[in-house]
Design a protein around this ligand. Structure first.
Ligand SMILES: Nc1nc2c(ncn2[C@@H]2O[C@H](COP(=O)(O)OP(=O)(O)OP(=O)(O)O)[C@@H](O)[C@H]2O)c(=O)[nH]1
Ligand SMILES: [Mg+2]
Length: 267
C-alpha cells in the first residue's frame, strides 16, 4: 500500500439507527473498491465488518470496525458503527476521528427514534453529515415520507440530491439532481447506465435542480455573485457551494440507495 500524508487520509463514519443498513453499505463499498471479491450478507454471517462471533450470533454490529480502501489519491478509512444505543460509546469514539459521516436512513421508517439518538450525538461533534436513504428496494420503501421526516426533524438544511423513479422491489432508477441524469442500474448492481432524464420527469427535476443551485449559492458569496451573473452554476461550482455548506452544517445532502443491491451512486 502507498504511504499517505495526513491530508490524503479521510475517515468516514457510517452512522444510523439499528438495522438501517450500515454494515451492508460497508460491504458494498469494499466490493465496489475491489478490496473484496464477494459480498457477504448479514443473514449469511459473513460480512467483513461484523466478523466478531458475538455480532454474528446477534445479527447486529457491536463494535465500531475500521475498514480501509483507496480512492483516487486518498486512503479512505470507513468506520462501520453499531446503531444500538447500548453500544453508543463505539459510535462516539468513531465520531471523534471522523472527517465526514454518512447517516443511513431506513426508507421504510424515515427519521426514526434510533436516528434521532444517533443525530444528537453527531450534532455535538459538528462533522459534515451525508444522509443516505437506504433500502429503496424494500416493498415498503417510501422516499417522500422519509424525506419529509428528515425535513421535519432537521429543517431546510436537508438538501435533496436525488430521487428514486421506481421505489420498491423493482427499484433500479435514480434521478440525479446535481448531474441532471438518470442512473439505471443493472439487475445485479454494479455500474449504472447514464441516461437523459425522461420528458415526464423534466419539470420536476428542473425545479429540484434549481432549488439545489439556490442552496449551493447561499453558502458562498463569490458563488452567489456568479449565480446572479449567469443565472445558474456549473457542476464544479455546485460541488464547491455544497461542500462549504456541509462543512458549516448548513447543508445535509440526501442521496438514495439500496445497499442490498449496490445501487448507490454519488453517496
Ligand atoms: N431490502 C433491503 N434490506 C437491507 C438493505 N440494507 C440492509 N438491509 C437488511 O437490513 C438488515 C440490517 O442490515 P445491517 O447492514 O446489519 O444494518 P446495520 O445498520 O449495520 O445494523 P446495526 O449494526 O444493528 O446497527 C439486514 O437484514 C440486511 O439484509 C437494503 O438496501 N435493502
Ligand atoms: Mg451493523
Amino acid at each position: 500500500m502507498k504511504i499517505y500524508d495526513n491530508k490524503h487520509i479521510k475517515n468516514i463514519a457510517l452512522l444510523g439507527a439499528p438495522k438501517s443498513g450500515k454494515t451492508l453499505l460497508a460491504e458494498d463499498m469494499l466490493f465496489e473498491a475491489g478490496i473484496t471479491h464477494r459480498r457477504g450478507t448479514i443473514e449469511g454471517k459473513n460480512t467483513v465488518s461484523d466478523y466478531h462471533e458475538i455480532e454474528q450470533e446477534r445479527g447486529n454490529s457491536v463494535f465500531a470496525t475500521p475498514l480501509h480502501t483507496e480512492w483516487k489519491d486518498y486512503k479512505i478509512n470507513i468506520i462501520d458503527t453499531p446503531g444500538l444505543d447500548d453500544f453508543a460509546g463505539e459510535m462516539i469514539a468513531s465520531l471523534r476521528v471522523a472527517d465526514t459521516c454518512i447517516m443511513a436512513i431506513n426508507a421504510q421508517h424515515g427519521f426514526e427514534v434510533g436516528s434521532e439518538l444517533v443525530w444528537n450525538y453527531a450534532e455535538q461533534f459538528n462533522k459534515p453529515v451525508i444522509l443516505a436513504i437506504n433500502q429503496m428496494d424494500h416493498p415498503r420503501a417510501d422516499f417522500e415520507s422519509s424525506l419529509q421526516s428528515l425535513q421535519a426533524h432537521l429543517g431546510t438544511k436537508v438538501t435533496q440530491m436525488q430521487y428514486p423513479l421506481n421505489q420498491g422491489t423493482d427499484f433500479n432508477e435514480i434521478v440525479d439532481l446535481l448531474k441532471m441524469v438518470l442512473y439505471r442500474f443493472p439487475t445485479d448492481g454494479g455500474k449504472p447506465e447514464k441516461l437523459p432524464i425522461p420528458a415526464s420527469e423534466k419539470e420536476k427535476a428542473d425545479r429540484l435542480h434549481n432549488e439545489l443551485v439556490d442552496k449551493a449559492a447561499e453558502n458562498d458569496e463569490k458563488l452567489m455573485e456568479k449565480y446572479f451573473e449567469k443565472g445558474t452554476l456549473d457542476e464544479d461550482e455546485l460541488r464547491q457551494g455544497l461542500k462549504e455548506g456541509m462543512i458549516h452544517h448548513d447543508v445535509f445532502p440526501v442521496f438514495v440507495m439500496s445497499a442490498k443491491k449496490i445501487w448507490a451512486q454519488g453517496v
